[in-house]
Ligand binder design. Structure first.
Ligand code: AVJ
Length: 325
């Protein structure tokens, strides 16, 4: 039995987050327009801020997806069949995976793939305690790159991918197809359960990324705070503005950090100039139509199955059949 391809890096090969962050930040500051991957939001402070975002009244995706998963879990369990092996891309919320595990018949194995080993260890311990029959097998790796899953498939059941939260929206459409192609290889013969945020009234989208409590602003600014902590940078946080808006032609929210005045910053001992109003692009969060998402999946070789939505059509959860071979 050969191990299968997963997007991510194998345990031993995982790069040090610090040095990768340093290299990517220096590269971002040297490029025009300046932009950096949103994966650097998630140090421990950023992960806590993200959890706070999920509780905000304006941020509908998390609670809406949980509602949908609660409704469709029985049907999902039927589709998955007995002794399924679940591969989660990103060790997300324990609540979401529990909804699936509780509905499934004798789930055999749970393999969360995440860049944060600490995050993985915490959730693995809790799940092992609560699901004694389940083989919990975390994989430290970056699922946005491809690598090998270290273990052969669990015997008998189907391999089911789980990619909730509309994290797929952080990829450009091209990157999303590439991710899905790699995921399709990992999951071949099985399926992917995918959460995708939907195109909707721009005012609703705008509010979700411009909350009145300022938590999303703090989450965005934490990237600069993290650079100060880890890269010896000297960003003056009060000289930077959180700027998030919906771009309807590309169907995406863009988040930026905008310099409030002309200023110089030092990062890893190097100086960089920012003009007043110059920006660092920190995140894209694409929104989808149901048909558009299904078309992307088909481009990557998946066959679309059932789709579940909330009554207001805010969010969608898709069952996508992976290629057979
Ligand atoms: C985790 C990527 C799905 O795009 O809504 C929340 C991250 N950024 N608020 C999203 C995020 C700002 C979130 N994803």
């Amino acid at each position: 039995m050969s191990p299968s391809l997963v997007p991510g890096s194998a345990d031993a090969a995982a790069p040090r987050a610090g040095s990768e962050f340093a290299a990517d930040m220096l590269k971002a500051l040297d490029t025009r327009p300046r932009s950096i991957s949103p994966k650097y939001f998630y140090d421990s402070a950023g992960s806590q801020l993200f959890d706070a975002i999920c509780e905000l009244p304006e941020y509908y995706p998390t609670r809406t997806e949980i509602g949908i998963l609660t409704q469709c879990a029985g049907e999902v369990a039927q589709l998955a069949g007995p002794r399924a092996e679940i591969v989660e891309f990103g060790a997300g919320s324990l609540l979401k995976i529990r909804l699936l595990l509780d509905a499934m018949k004798e789930p055999a194995r749970y393999m969360p793939v995440d860049i944060s080993g600490d995050h993985l260890a915490g959730s693995a311990a809790a799940l092992r305690r609560d699901y004694p029959g389940l083989d919990v097998h975390p994989v430290v790796g970056d699922y946005t790159q491809r690598v090998l899953l270290p273990v052969p498939r669990a015997g008998g059941g189907r391999r089911i991918g789980f990619f909730p939260g509309s994290t797929i929206g952080n990829f450009t459409p091209r990157e999303a197809v590439h991710f899905l192609e790699v995921a399709g290889q990992v999951l071949r013969g099985g399926a992917l359960l995918l959460g995708a945020d939907l195109v909707k009234d721009p005012a609703v989208l705008h509010a979700a990324y411009n909350d009145s409590a300022g938590v999303t602003a703090a989450f965005n600014l934490n990237l600069l705070a993290r650079a100060n902590r880890e890269l010896g940078a000297d960003f003056a946080l009060d000289q930077w503005a959180h700027y998030a808006f919906y771009e309807p032609r590309q169907q995406r929210i863009e988040m930026h950090l905008v310099s409030r005045r002309a200023q110089q910053v030092t990062v890893c001992g190097q100086r960089f100039d920012f003009a007043e109003g110059e920006a660092l692009h920190t995140e894209n969060s694409y929104k989808f139509t149901i048909e558009g998402l299904r078309a992307l999946a088909m481009e990557a070789g998946f066959r679309p199955g059932p789709v579940w939505c909330d009554a207001r059509q805010l969010f969608s959860v898709h069952w996508l059949y992976a290629p057979e071979s």
